[in-house]
Design a protein around this ligand. Structure first.
Ligand SMILES: Nc1nc2c(c(=O)[nH]1)N[C@H]1C(S)=C(S)[C@@H](COP(=O)(O)OP(=O)(O)OC[C@H]3O[C@@H](n4cnc5c(=O)[nH]c(N)nc54)[C@H](O)[C@@H]3O)O[C@H]1N2
Ligand SMILES: Nc1nc2c(c(=O)[nH]1)N[C@H]1C(S)=C(S)[C@@H](COP(=O)(O)OP(=O)(O)OC[C@H]3O[C@@H](n4cnc5c(=O)[nH]c(N)nc54)[C@H](O)[C@@H]3O)O[C@H]1N2
Ligand code: SF4
Ligand SMILES: [Mo]
Length: 700
C-alpha cells in the first residue's frame, strides 16, 4: 500500500445516482482518486467522470469570493458579510412590496439530503414562501408520480441493484446506462453470464443497445403504444399472471379492454417496431421466470411521461413480478442525490419524509419538529418550469435563489428561460463556478464541493450513504448549509436554524421524516458508516433497512397495486412538412448535465469537446448535409448550429443532440416546454425539427 492509499478518505462520487464509492487521497491541489473496492455498488469500478472528479477542486476558475453585480453591470468580488446583507435586504424589499411568495427557491438533485432538507425548511420557515421547487422535475418526476399512483410509493429501484444480475429477462426503456452509469454494466454482465437477456428500447442503437441481446428501435414518443402492444400480446397468449392480478392488483379489466385495440400490426405503425419483434419481446417477458422492466429518461421526459411509465408498470404488474425477488418495475434515477433530493421537502408540494404539504397531519408533525405553528407553513407552490416561467411577471416570482442547478442551460426553451431570469429583480446563485445561470445573477455565493464537506445522499437503489469530507474547503468559500443558516439569521429567523454540523441537520431530518413514507429516523452517520449505507424506510436505530419493497402489500389505500388504462397520444409537437424530423436529446459519457463541472476538465473535453448532432444517412441525404459538416437545427422555438455525425445507429426520422453545453451550443434553445399534466415534466425527448446545411446563401 502506498502512502497515498494510507491517507485516503472513503467517500462517493459527486456526479450520478450510482454514487460510486471512491477513495480520495493526495492533496486538494493534486487529489488521487481510485474506486473503492469495498463499496458493494461499484466494487471498485468508476467511469471517466469519477476518475477525473478531483480536477474541479483546485481549478483556476473556481470561485473563492462572493460576487455582486456592480453599478457598471459587472460581477465584482465582495466580502461575505456584504453579499449576505445585500441578499437579505433585497429579499425583504421584494417580499415587502410583492408578498412572501414573490421570492422563489430553486434546488437540485445534486444537493445532499441535508442541503435539500434545509433548503425546503429555509423556504417555508425563513422566507415563508410556497414557491420552492427543484430540477428533479426535469428528471424522474414522471416515474415518481406514476409509481406513487400505481404502487403507493416512489423509490426509484424498489429492489437492490444485485437483483439485475439475477433477472431472466430485462426490458430497459430509454436508458443508455453504458454511457450514463458505466459501472452498472457489471450487473448486466452478470445477468448475461447467468443466461439472462437484456432488451433495450431506444430510437438509437446506443452503446447499451449494441451490448444488449435485442434492440427495439422505437419512434420517439411512442413508448406507451409499445407497452400497450406488449400487454396485448401477453393477454392474447395467456402469459399474464392471473393469480397475482386477482390477489395483489385492481383495475385490470379496464386495461384489458383498452389493450385489446393495440394489436401488433397497429403498434408497428405507431412505434416503427416490427410486429414480429413486439410478439417475440412479449413472449420472452411472459415466459421468463423473473422479468424486470426498467425505465430511464427516454420515456419519462415527455408530455405523456406519467402515462408512459404507467404503461411499463402495467406490464410488470401483469407479469406478476412486482414485489418478487429479481423482477418488477424500477426507474433508474439520474442525479447524485436524485433519490434523496425528491424526498425531503425541496419540492413544491412536499414536506420531509416524502410527505404532502397539504396533509394536515404531516404539517402538524413537521411544524412540531421545526417549532413553528402549522398555520405558518405555506401551501403547495408551482412546479419548476412554471416557477422559472413566472420570473419577473407582475404576480410571479421577483427574486430567485438557485442552489444546485444551472437552469439557463438545462431548462427547456432556454431563450425564454434566459429572458425570464433577466426580468427578475434579484437573482442569487450559489455554485462553485460562474455557470451560465450564475453569469446572469446579481449575487453569486461560492460554496464548498463534494470532497470538502460531510453529507448523505441516497443512491438509485434507495441506499442512504455517507459522503465524507476529504479536504478542508479553500479559504473564502462556505458550505451551502452555512449559507442557508447565515441567510436565515440575516432574515431574523436564526433560532430555527442553529446547527453545529451537517450531522445535526441529518438528525433533525430524521425526526422530521419519522412516520413518513421515506422514514430516515432510524439512521445515524455511525450506522451509514458501519453498514455500507442503509435502505430506507428505516424507522428504528436497531432495525434493519428495507432493500426490497412491496413484498406482501402495496402502501396504497387498499393494499393493492393499481393498473392504469391509458391510451397512447402523439407527442405535443409532431413532425410536419416544415419540421420533418424528430429531435431527441440526452447525454454522452464524458460530460455531465449542464457541464459546469465537466466542461472544465481537459480529459473530458478531449472525449467530448462539443455537442454533435447524430442523424441517419437517409435523413442526411434528404437534408443535403454530410458527415462532419456544420448544420443548423431549427424548431418552432429557435435555431442552433452543430457539427453533424452521420450514423446508422439512429432511426431515419430522428436527430439526437446532447444537452451539456450552453449559449449558442445549447440544444435547449430548441426543445419544447410542453409539460406533462401530472408531473409537470417538460418534453425534452421529442419535438419537431428541420436540419439545413449551414451554407447561408440559398442554393441556386
Ligand atoms: N455521462 C453522463 N451520465 C449521466 C448524466 C450525464 O449528464 N452524463 N446525468 C445523470 C442524470 S441526472 C440522469 S437523469 C441519467 C439519465 O440517464 P439516461 O436516461 O440513460 O440518459 P439520456 O441520454 O437522457 O436518455 C436515455 C436514452 O433515451 C433515448 N430516448 C430518446 N427518446 C426516447 C423515447 O421516446 N423513448 C425511449 N424509449 N427512449 C428514448 C435516447 O436516445 C437515450 O439514449 O444519467 C445520469 N448519468
Ligand atoms: N434537453 C435536455 N435537457 C435536460 C435533460 C435532457 O435529457 N435533455 N435532462 C434533464 C435532467 S434529467 C436533469 S437532472 C437536469 C440537470 O440540469 P441542472 O439542474 O442544470 O443540473 P447540473 O448541471 O448538475 O447543475 C448543477 C449546478 O449546480 C452546481 N452544483 C453541483 N453541486 C452543487 C452543490 O452541492 N451546491 C451548489 N450550490 N451547487 C452545486 C453545479 O456546478 C452546476 O452549475 O437537466 C435537465 N435538462
Ligand atoms: S458512474 Fe456515476 S457515480 Fe460512478 S464514477 Fe461515473 S459519474 Fe461517478
Ligand atoms: Mo436527471
Amino acid at each position: 500500500m502506498t502512502a497515498d492509499q494510507l491517507h485516503t478518505t472513503a467517500t462517493h462520487c459527486p456526479y450520478c445516482a450510482l454514487q460510486c464509492g471512491m477513495l480520495v487521497g493526495g492533496t486538494q491541489g493534486a487529489p488521487t482518486i481510485t474506486g473503492d473496492p469495498r463499496f458493494p455498488v461499484n466494487q471498485g469500478g468508476l467511469c471517466v467522470k469519477g476518475w477525473t472528479a478531483g480536477t474541479t477542486l483546485a481549478h483556476p476558475e473556481r470561485l473563492l469570493t462572493p460576487l455582486i453585480r456592480g453599478a457598471g453591470g459587472h460581477l465584482e468580488p465582495a466580502d461575505w458579510d456584504t453579499a449576505l446583507d445585500v441578499v437579505a435586504r433585497r429579499i425583504t424589499e421584494v417580499q415587502g412590496r410583492f408578498g412572501r411568495d414573490a421570492v422563489g427557491v430553486f434546488g437540485g438533485g445534486s444537493l445532499t439530503n441535508e442541503k435539500a432538507y434545509l433548503l425546503g425548511k429555509f423556504a417555508r420557515v425563513a422566507l415563508r414562501t410556497k414557491n420552492v421547487d427543484y430540477n428533479g422535475r426535469f428528471c424522474m418526476s414522471s416515474a415518481a408520480a406514476a409509481s406513487i399512483q400505481a404502487l403507493g410509493l416512489d423509490r426509484g429501484l424498489p429492489f437492490p441493484l444485485e437483483d439485475i444480475s439475477h433477472a431472466s429477462v430485462i426490458l430497459l426503456a430509454g436508458g443508455n446506462v453504458a454511457e450514463t452509469m458505466p459501472p452498472i454494466m457489471q450487473y448486466f454482465e452478470r445477468q448475461q453470464a447467468h443466461g439472462g437477456t437484456l432488451i433495450v428500447a431506444d430510437p438509437r442503437r446506443t452503446a447499451t443497445a449494441q451490448w444488449a441481446a435485442r434492440h427495439l428501435s422505437l419512434r420517439p414518443g411512442s413508448d406507451l403504444a409499445l407497452a400497450n402492444g406488449l400487454l396485448h400480446v401477453l393477454v392474447r397468449d395467456q402469459l399474464v399472471d392471473q393469480a397475482y392480478i386477482s390477489e395483489r392488483t385492481e383495475g385490470f379489466e379496464d386495461l384489458r379492454r383498452l389493450v385489446s385495440t393495440y394489436w401488433p400490426e397497429r403498434v408497428e405503425g405507431l412505434t416503427g417496431v416490427p410486429e414480429a419483434e413486439i410478439v417475440e419481446t412479449a413472449r420472452l417477458l411472459g415466459r421468463a421466470p423473473s422479468a424486470m422492466i426498467l425505465t430511464a429518461r427516454g420515456p419519462e421526459q415527455q408530455a405523456q411521461g406519467v402515462n408512459n411509465v404507467f404503461g411499463y408498470i402495467n406490464l410488470a404488474l401483469a407479469l406478476g413480478m412486482v414485489g418478487k425477488p429479481h423482477g418488477g418495475y424500477g426507474c433508474l434515477t439520474g442525479q447524485g442525490n436524485g433519490q434523496g433530493g425528491r424526498e425531503h421537502g425541496q419540492k413544491a408540494d412536499q414536506l420531509p419524509g416524502y410527505r404532502r404539504i397539504d396533509d394536515p397531519s404531516a404539517r402538524q408533525h413537521v411544524a412540531d419538529v421545526w417549532s413553528v405553528p402549522p398555520s405558518s407553513l405555506p401551501g403547495p407552490g408551482i412546479s419548476a418550469f412554471e416557477l422559472i416561467d413566472s420570473c419577473g411577471a407582475e404576480d410571479g416570482v421577483r427574486a430567485l435563489l438557485v442552489m444546485g442547478s444551472n437552469v439557463a442551460v438545462s431548462a427547456p426553451d432556454s431563450h425564454r428561460v434566459e429572458r425570464r431570469l433577466r426580468a427578475l429583480d434579484l437573482l442569487v446563485v450559489s455554485d462553485f463556478f460562474v455557470s451560465e445561470t450564475a453569469a446572469l445573477a446579481d449575487v453569486v455565493l461560492p460554496v464548498a464541493q463534494w470532497a470538502e464537506e460531510d453529507g448523505t445522499t441516497t443512491n438509485l437503489e434507495g441506499r442512504v450513504i455517507l459522503r465524507r469530507r476529504a479536504f478542508d474547503p479553500p479559504a473564502g468559500v462556505r458550505t451551502d448549509l452555512d449559507v442557508l443558516t447565515a441567510l436565515a439569521a440575516c432574515l431574523g429567523t436564526k433560532r430555527y436554524f442553529s446547527y453545529g454540523s451537517s450531522r445535526e441537520v441529518f438528525d433533525e431530518l430524521g425526526r422530521a421524516s419519522r412516520g413518513g413514507p421515506a422514514d430516515y429516523s432510524g439512521l445515524t452517520y455511525e450506522r451509514l458508516d458501519a453498514e455500507d449505507g442503509v435502505f430506507w424506510p428505516c424507522g428504528a436505530t436497531d432495525g434493519p433497512g428495507t432493500p426490497r419493497l412491496f413484498m406482501d402489500r402495496f402502501p396504497t389505500a387498499t393494499g393493492r397495486a393499481r393498473f392504469h388504462a391509458v391510451s397512447h397520444q402523439p407527442p405535443a409537437e409532431d413532425r410536419d412538412a416544415s419540421y420533418p424530423l424528430y429531435l431527441t436529446t440526452g447525454r454522452v459519457l464524458a460530460q455531465y448535465q449542464s457541464g459546469t463541472q465537466t466542461r472544465r476538465i481537459a480529459e473530458l473535453n478531449e472525449f467530448a469537446p462539443e455537442p454533435v448532432a447524430e442523424m441517419h444517412p437517409t435523413a442526411a441525404r434528404l437534408a443535403r448535409v454530410s458527415n462532419g459538416e456544420r448544420v443548423t437545427l431549427t424548431t418552432r422555438r429557435g435555431a442552433a448550429t452543430f457539427t453533424v455525425k452521420v450514423t446508422r445507429a439512429i432511426r431515419e426520422d430522428t436527430v439526437f443532440v446532447p444537452f451539456h453545453w450552453g449559449g449558442e451550443q445549447s440544444v435547449n434553445r430548441l426543445t419544447n416546454p410542453a409539460l406533462d399534466p401530472t408531473s409537470r415534466m417538460p418534453e425534452f425527448k421529442v419535438c419537431a425539427v428541420r436540419v439545413d446545411p449551414l451554407r447561408s446563401e440559398a442554393p441556386e
